[in-house]
Design a protein around this ligand. Structure first.
Ligand code: ZN
Length: 97
């Protein structure tokens, strides 16, 4: 018996950790399990850094009060054309010399 069994066990727990994190973040447990198990822990980091769609900022349409994503340009309910919110200034990344 070599170290193969230990490797499988380590991969399993790495996949389990990534899967749980991915599931908490609203993703697929199975998908993140596979990523975590195949990348030896890198998948856990990826799951932690994954963008959380649920936490995307939202706003209400001024016409029908329908709650939409901040990035949406048009209201899905009434078709109102929405301006990009000007309250938050967008910082442009500094260009390298
Ligand atoms: Zn609307």
């Amino acid at each position: 018996m070599g170290g193969g069994t230990e490797l499988i066990v380590i991969c399993f727990f790495l996949g389990l950790s990534a899967g749980v994190i991915g599931k908490i973040k609203g993703g697929s447990f199975l998908l993140w399990f596979v990523i975590g198990a195949c990348t030896f822990g890198i998948g856990i980091m990826a799951a932690l850094l994954a963008r959380v769609e649920r936490n995307e900022p939202r706003r209400a349409c001024p016409t029908c009060r329908n709650v939409i994503k901040l990035s949406d340009q048009v209201c899905m309910r009434c078709g109102e054309d929405l301006d990009w919110p000007v309250a938050e200034p967008v910082e442009m990344p500094a260009t390298a010399p």
